[in-house]
Ligand binder design. Sequence first.
Ligand code: IMP
Length: 437
Amino acid sequence: MAKRKIKKWQTMIILGSQWGDEGKGKIADYYGNLTDYVVRFQGGNNAGHTLVVEGEVYKLHLIPSGVLHEDKVICLGNGMVIDPEILLTEIDNLEAKGMKLNMLISERAHIIFPFHILMDGMIDEYKGELGAGTTRRGIGPCYADKAERSGIRMIDLMDKNIFKEKFDKLFELKKLTLEKLYKADIDLNKKQILKNYLEFGERLKPYVGDVSLAINDAMDKGKKIMFEGAQGTMLDNDFGAYPHTTSSNTTAGGACVGAGVSPTKIDRILGVVKAYTSRVGDSPLPTEIFGKKAQYLQDRGQEFGTTTARPRRIGWLDFVQLRYAQRINGFTGLAVTKIDILGGIKNIPICTHYKYGNKKMTELPSSLEELRKCKPVYTNMPGWKNLTEDDFKAIIKKGYAALPPNMKKYLKRIEDEMGVPIDMVSVGPDRKMTIEI
Ligand code: IMP
């Protein structure tokens, strides 16, 4: 693969191109080092990154991974939904490790309350097979309130009187909904929640401000900005496998809306592609595999949710889905992760298209009914032997060319199918186990 020059860039969006859990956290941490601002723009503590730096493991849900570089400004954008209690716990944990946070939380971000969390579980259970198998963190109900225009934002929490008034209305509405509509026997202490949230507000006050203004000013001053996506393309509420999606826009456009920046200001959109597929939660997954091979990848790839610890479903690489991700996001480059996990498999199937009855499908259908009936058509790629961490360390010293030839063939196939160059290959969880091309 030719060494390609990456254009000088000031802004970059990092996105999951599959179903989440592609290893974005590590890639964002890597590029976070090169930027001045790291911005999250959607989702909440449904996300989870596991980062390994110098052997120390960090698990984060709300704060973007760039936080581990202390000289960065960390921003939580308006497109996010924030559980303040969880956020304060993350702040406390990082500070306990001796970190000083330079963080700005958007005044426009919406707030998650305990009733959102209760409703999340109830709605998902009620939906049965149409549920998404949510993380039960209150994400969907909080975004629903935002769309319904009864939500409460960070800015409201900054003024006790305004907050009390809005909280009172919202609480009573949710109590009625839960009791009368859901017939739920709820145990929510209104006074206590109010008291807790006012305290959370006081503690968060120093961090709350206008994120859009801050990052646009920073861009004018030539600062580098990285927008860190959560979840993945197939969980986007418009373009994912609806209704088995999350409630926000996880795709490239979501970064602009969720942070308050113009699309004309974005230089690079990096798509993170895991070398195989995984999915936590429910939905059709055409290339899903079971049995020994699935177990092999699940164990080696530690495919258990960071947020819920649920085992992830496993599948082969699906190019129908990945070409679709490319169309929606317009990636300028790819970061391929966990290629090391495929080591030791003799022939690696890749799905080039689906068969729907007698029809060849090269595009992802919008209908879940159709997707459910699509059968993957595979081509086998030759595998490579299992490499140890030391083998990879030796390869990293020499660079991309030293990777096993069949691994390079596999990577080249990803580039060809998606029509985008690979900018980076990740061969292990540590920051150092990375090859830039
Ligand atoms: P919610 O975001 O909790 O509402 O869950 C909606 C769907 O998105 C469920 O299928 C979750 O399993 C999935 N999901 C949410 N966050 C993540 C993530 O960070 N990685 C992978 N899947 C996720």
